[in-house]
Design a protein around this ligand. Structure first.
Ligand code: FOL
Length: 181
């Protein structure tokens, strides 16, 4: 199994992952604005930090766990597996771009653009369409979603750049954690 090949998972890894997963649950379920069709949240903050520290695989898993646990504990609407896939893909993208790399403007911009286009503007509308039978050719339905993403994109880029360059997380990125790819 993958877990065994990569040396051992120490207590600090488990603790940090659990803390970041808990933060993701809180940011998604409590400190967020949500309607049936649109959610605005700062979940990208703990998720990006997880990407920086643990890489694409574990950030994908951690995000999917946060989605599933969050829905089990605090259900809002019906559980739909598409959003768990969203969580995995976005976590994997952050991990792929941020793990053991310098967080340059270009890198943060690219990762955020990918998540915005693939997750927020393609997959989420698809899932919402399947769940609630939305007619996706209705332009009026897209307006709040497109506005949200236009406004949110620069906020996320600046916040992530700050997170990656000003927060002294590097002390956690040594020894045992360095074994994770
Ligand atoms: N099923 C699962 N597995 N997880 C969920 O979070 C979930 N949520 C709902 C229904 N089933 C679920 C409630 N409905 C968005 C809007 C409504 C919604 C779910 C998601 C949404 O707009 N999501 C955006 C932004 C996410 C964010 O910023 O946190 C997205 O692009 O995914």
């Amino acid at each position: 199994m993958l877990v065994l090949k990569k040396k051992r998972i120490d207590a600090r890894t488990i603790t940090l992952m659990s803390l970041l997963i808990a933060l993701m649950v809180v940011f998604t379920r409590f400190i967020s604005f949500e309607t049936q069709f649109l959610r605005i949240s700062l979940t990208f903050v703990p998720e990006s930090l997880m990407g920086i520290l643990f890489g694409p695989f574990w950030t994908g898993i951690g995000s999917a766990v946060a989605d599933t646990v969050g829905m089990l504990l605090f259900p809002k609407g019906p559980y739909f597996p598409g959003f768990t896939l969203n969580a995995f893909i976005s976590g994997a993208i952050y991990g792929f771009f941020y793990y053991k790399k310098e967080l340059t403007w270009k890198r943060v911009f690219t990762a955020t653009l990918l998540v915005t286009v693939i997750i927020h503007l393609f997959l989420t509308p698809l899932w919402l369409g399947l769940m609630y039978g939305v007619n996706l050719s209705n332009i009026a339905w897209w307006i709040p979603r497109i506005l949200k993403n236009i406004i949110f994109f620069p906020i996320q880029v600046v916040a992530t750049y700050y997170l990656g360059n000003k927060v002294p997380y590097k002390q956690f990125l040594n020894k045992s954690l360095a074994n994770y790819k």
